[in-house]
Design a protein around this ligand. Structure first.
Ligand code: COA
Length: 260
């Protein structure tokens, strides 16, 4: 499928989405939202894809936010429709039944930071710069930036970042709990591929269950969340992958999981 604003590479069981508007620091315009919807749908429906990586083209930006040039003529209703669409897209990414790794290769601002936070695991280059600077435009984050951020780093720290619009470096973002790992810029994709290699050989249905248990259970009271986890645990015992995993362990060989 030919895209204008991104590239979708399928390399065996790995899908890599490259945000590709480097002249605009990979800002997320309406065309990119539509193309991300298509790419994510394609990845979701392809059983051969087991891990997804999202990164930006160039060495400057992951994504420097929504495309501000499109805000100039936007009516309140257009703005509402736009953020609802953005929120659905980010939820779809968060809910993909496969691990999604963000490889943050530069600026992750506004919608770029929101996209990053919708990913399961975030590795960043030491040159990455993170923030929610919407306040400087007289608006607020609308793609989850006030919600996922507060859930990830706590209300007080989220308020400080969103109210000041401050752009912070990768080390500070890591110390706040926004990033899993910070690596030298030239090692980012090497480290991300190592992580992807580890994840592609895991049992796909168990991977899906882990994501559902953590995503759905996170906002439940502990007792209900534990009951939910227990049911997903039991469900894994209905899979061929469970038989394979347990047999492989007992036979002292590596397992081969087929997602059945
Ligand atoms: N939307 C549209 N275009 C954007 C953009 C965005 N969010 N972020 C950057 N660009 C464009 C710039 O307008 C510029 O285009 P031009 O070359 O046609 O003038 C190009 O990308 C390069 O950006 P520039 O500002 O020249 O780079 P810089 O290194 O001086 O500054 C930033 C980098 C990220 C600090 C700065 O671009 C910026 O503040 N961007 C907006 C971030 C933001 O507010 N995001 C939230 C949006 S809701």
């Amino acid at each position: 499928m030919g895209f204008q604003t991104l590239e979708l590479r399928i390399e065996g069981s790995l899908a890599i989405i490259l945000l590709n508007r480097p002249k605009a620091l990979n800002a997320i315009n309406l065309t990119m939202v539509g193309e991300l919807e298509q790419a994510v749908g394609q990845i979701r429906d392809d059983p051969g894809v087991r891990v997804v990586v999202i990164t930006g083209v160039g060495d400057k930006a992951f994504a420097a936010g929504a495309d501000i040039t499109e805000f100039k003529a936007m009516s309140p209703i257009d703005a509402w429709i736009f953020v609802q669409r953005l929120q659905r897209l980010f939820l779809e990414i968060e809910r993909l039944p496969k691990p999604v790794i963000a490889a943050v290769n530069g600026y992750a601002l506004g919608g770029g930071c929101e996209l990053m936070m919708a990913c399961d695991i975030v590795y960043a280059s030491d040159a990455a710069r993170i923030g929610q600077p919407e306040i400087n435009l007289g608006i607020i984050p609308g793609g989850g930036g006030t919600q996922r951020l507060a859930r990830l780093i706590g209300k007080q720290r989220a308020k400080e970042l969103v109210l000041t619009g401050e752009i912070i470096g990768a080390r500070e973002a890591w110390s706040l709990g926004l990033l899993n790992k910070v690596v030298p810029a030239d090692q980012l994709m090497v480290e991300v591929r190592k992580l992807a290699d580890k994840l592609t050989i895991k049992a796909p249905l168990a991977v899906k269950a882990v994501k559902e248990a953590i995503e759905d259970g996170y906002d439940m009271a502990l007792e209900r969340a534990l009951a939910y986890e227990g049911k997903l645990f039991a469900l894994c015992f209905a899979t061929e992958d469970r038989t394979e995993g347990v047999n492989a362990f007992l036979e002292k060989r590596p397992p081969t999981f087929e997602g059945k």
